[in-house]
Design a protein around this ligand. Structure first.
Ligand SMILES: [Zn+2]
Length: 471
């Protein structure tokens, strides 16, 4: 995610404090009931216990003039314990029917997004099962936390960490990635864009039927659907990877930026290893939701973004999508790296910029600004995930690179990603991995940069610098 105009917010100290979500202390007592949440420190009710999803098959019909959404979601999962009852996460339209293994199941909705399902027959541990959920009703405009209505009359889904529950039921946690297929029908004059490869786009009477398939596992908030009168840009990487990008009616001027996508993919691949997906692209919106988002293979872009935003969201395909956070307190793994790639590595390697000077200048300007250092990078607190990671994050990684040297830094981050491919990773794992590659004791360095709420001591601010003129 990249906020539009985040620097102004950070400097002005206009960050909005959000109360942390209260912890859910009620662990299930019945051994045949799946937990309603996975205990994320910030969002304890996100995700559910007792099963592991392999695949989502989401079929929707959307009517832009009325916002009417009809859906059938088929979830293929495996029980990891005996289940007389389990939960899904869903905050979308009214439910019509739920079946488990084609038998009608009882269901109940509670809280913000819990959907409790009681199958007719209990599920056995280790066995696969299929849940089908039918629903229909108007999509609700949430402006950046699910469905958002576009100026043209179209609509799209965007939001981190929550948005998927607005359009399909799921295990809404980064810890349960699954492959994903979308089959959408809309009135014939509309287009549908989503993640992955488009496998169908046909007119049937007055309807258009479109399918998109993600063959690599994806986290809920990284899925999207966008319905608009899109124009397309189709490109190809030198290795043949197809690139499909879409532009909303008032976003056509962004085509030039998106034409640099092959170059951006080549650059980031040179840093972090082969691009992990079988297609790429972008969805250029003309509705200002205040942020761009790294939806898998095809990021969503706010209007009037710059090249750096594209580099940021494409870097997320490695940091966030290929390797995802274990908990939301690990957000620096996503945002520190995406920001460092776009704000330091691209200008340095592609434009010959002296980013050491940029680093020194940023430290000089912020060293006496207590607010700048007040939110730690590791475990910033619920509601603070998208704050210091953008302005402290790149400084941390530049200092780490100076501390351990390029010859250790770049192979270490590349190997760390590969070790967690298509899975999850945490900040403590990152610290331990980098430490395992360096003969230096990095405990003090990591503590100063990641855990403290003040300017790091001079030895960690300018490690390996022979001189720090003007400071
Ligand atoms: Zn980001």
């Amino acid at each position: 995610m990249r906020l539009s105009g985040w620097m102004c917010a950070a400097v002005a100290g206009a960050l909005v404090a959000v109360s942390p979500t209260p912890a859910n202390a009620d662990a299930p007592i019945d051994p045949l009931v799946g937990a309603p949440g996975l205990g994320d420190p910030y969002y304890p009710l996100d995700g559910n216990g007792g099963y592991d999803v392999q695949h989502y098959d989401v079929a929707i019909d959307y009517d832009p003039p009325t916002h009417w959404l009809t859906g059938t979601t088929k979830i293929s999962a495996t029980a990891t314990q005996g289940l007389a009852r389990f939960n899904l996460d869903f905050a979308g339209p009214q439910l019509r029917m739920v079946t488990v293994n084609q038998l009608p199941a009882a269901f109940e909705r509670n809280g913000e997004h819990e959907l409790t399902v009681t199958p007719l027959l209990p599920l056995l541990p280790g066995l696969p099962f299929i849940v089908t959920v039918d629903y229909a009703g108007p999509a609700v405009n949430t402006e950046g936390e699910g469905w958002t209505f576009a100026p043209s009359g179209g609509a799209f889904v965007a939001g981190e960490p929550h948005s998927a529950t607005s359009w399909y039921p799921l295990n809404d946690t980064p810890l349960d990635k699954a492959t994903f297929a979308l089959h959408a029908t809309v009135p014939a004059e509309w287009e549908v864009v989503s993640n992955g490869v488009r496998t169908e786009n046909v007119l049937r009477g007055d309807k258009r039927a479109v399918s998109w398939v993600s063959t690599k596992p994806v986290v809920g908030y990284l899925t999207t659907v966008a319905i608009d009168k899109f124009d397309y840009l189709e490109q190809r990487r030198a290795n043949g990877t197809p690139l499909v990008s879409a532009f909303a009616p008032d976003a056509q001027e962004q085509r030039e930026t998106e034409q640099r996508l092959p170059e951006i993919l080549d650059f980031i691949e040179s840093l972090y290893g082969p691009y992990p997906f079988d297609t790429a692209g972008g969805i250029y919106l003309d509705a200002d939701i205040g942020f761009s988002l790294e939806t898998q293979t095809r990021p969503l872009y706010a209007p009037m973004i710059d090249l750096q935003t594209v580099v940021h969201e494409i870097a997320h395909q490695w940091w966030g999508d290929w390797v995802s956070v274990r908990h939301w307190s690990d957000i620096c793994l996503n945002e520190c790296f995406a920001s460092y790639t776009a704000d330091y590595l691209w200008p340095e390697r592609m434009a010959g910029r002296n980013v050491d000077d940029d680093y020194r200048e940023t430290i000089r300007r912020s060293r006496d600004n207590a607010k700048f250092w007040s939110i730690p990078l590791e475990n910033p607190g619920a509601g603070n995930e998208f704050t210091s990671v953008y302005y402290r994050g790149p400084l941390f990684l530049h200092a780490l690179r100076k501390q351990i040297g390029d010859a250790v830094f770049f192979p270490a981050v590349r190997d760390f990603l590969a070790a967690h491919a298509y899975g999850n990773a945490s900040m403590p794992e990152f610290r331990a991995f980098v430490q395992s590659r360096s003969p230096m004791n990095l405990v003090g360095f990591f503590d100063a940069w990641l855990n403290r709420t003040e300017l790091p001591p001079e030895e960690y601010l300018f490690p390996g610098w022979s001189a720090s003129p003007g400071l």
